[in-house]
Ligand binder design. Structure first.
Ligand SMILES: NC(=O)c1ccc[n+]([C@@H]2O[C@H](COP(=O)([O-])OP(=O)(O)OC[C@H]3O[C@@H](n4cnc5c(N)ncnc54)[C@H](OP(=O)(O)O)[C@@H]3O)[C@@H](O)[C@H]2O)c1
Length: 240
């Protein structure tokens, strides 16, 4: 679909997945309102500003997931919103405050802003296979994981799988809010996304791949079970 004259928002635009998404959306003619925590940090923005079409159609806007209402003016006038911003870290001194709260409250913050804007036709959220696989059921080769699977946040917390808990609770909250507020929500549950980086610094999942190639980490130590190629991001942009 061509995005000519259509405006979309991408949250967490400096991130690995979102940078590709912004690139693909610009390529398709969309005007992109891209949120970053610090629009003045070149390490987070230079690669976005260098994209084809950025000069004409990319707007970098400051947004912090936990700042209530800060997405109101950003999503205003948008046709679609891609919500990717979420802490992608696997441990923290205070997992609730640093991983779980920003994921859940941030998602609701974005969705609350979207609910006020009738021009928004669809919200696309990157959940994760992390919100699917972690429920304590055995993952033997004969097991088929399908749409009936959902991670169990309590199981995740008991096992200190903080990122998995954050994605599970954020997705659950998103579905509830979208249903209550008649938001057309699409949730994607990607596996491990790998491929070339647009941003200058390693993101967490690319760091894991690097650790595997350097022998610093063994595959069996990974909690992740599914690998998908970066080309699946094409699918993400297709949903616009
Ligand atoms: N990579 C994968 O394999 C994979 C697989 C499945 C799902 N996903 C999901 O895809 C999305 C993007 O992942 P990614 O790998 O691209 O991660 P990433 O590179 O770490 O990007 C995450 C983005 O979220 C932003 N963010 C984090 N906390 C924030 C906060 N409190 N306020 C505002 N922005 C905040 C980060 O901003 P800063 O740059 O300022 O920190 C960054 O731009 C996430 O929702 C993740 O759960 C990723």
């Amino acid at each position: 679909m061509s995005g000519a004259e259509k405006v979309v928002c991408v949250t967490g635009a400096s991130g690995y997945v979102a940078s590709w998404l912004v690139k693909l959306l610009l390529q398709r003619g969309y005007t992109v309102k891209a949120t970053v925590r610090d629009p003045n940090d070149p390490k987070k923005t230079q690669h976005l500003l260098a994209l084809d079409g950025a000069k004409e159609r990319l707007h970098l806007l400051k947004a912090e997931l936990l700042e209530e209402g800060c997405f109101d003016s950003i999503v205003d006038g948008c046709h679609g919103v891609f919500h990717t911003a979420s802490p992608v870290i696997f441990s923290a001194a205070d997992p609730q405050a640093e991983i779980i709260d920003p994921a859940i409250k941030g998602t609701l913050n974005v969705l609350k802003s979207c609910a006020k804007v009738p021009s928004i036709k669809r919200v696309v959220m990157t959940a994760s296979v992390a919100s699917v696989l972690y429920n304590g059921k055995p993952l033997t080769p004969d097991v088929v994981v399908d749409e009936t699977w959902f991670s169990d946040a309590r199981f995740c917390k008991e096992n200190k799988l903080w990122y998995m808990a954050s994605k599970t609770l954020a997705e659950e909250a998103a579905w509830r809010f979208a249903e209550d507020n008649m938001i057309n929500l699409v949730v994607l549950n990607p596996g491990f996304v790998i491929g070339p980086l647009l941003q200058p610094a390693l993101n967490s999942t690319s760091d894991i791949i690097l650790a595997l190639t350097k022998g610093l980490l063994m595959f069996e130590m990974l909690h992740m079970h599914i690998f998908k190629h970066l080309r699946s991001l094409q699918l993400l942009a297709d949903i616009a």
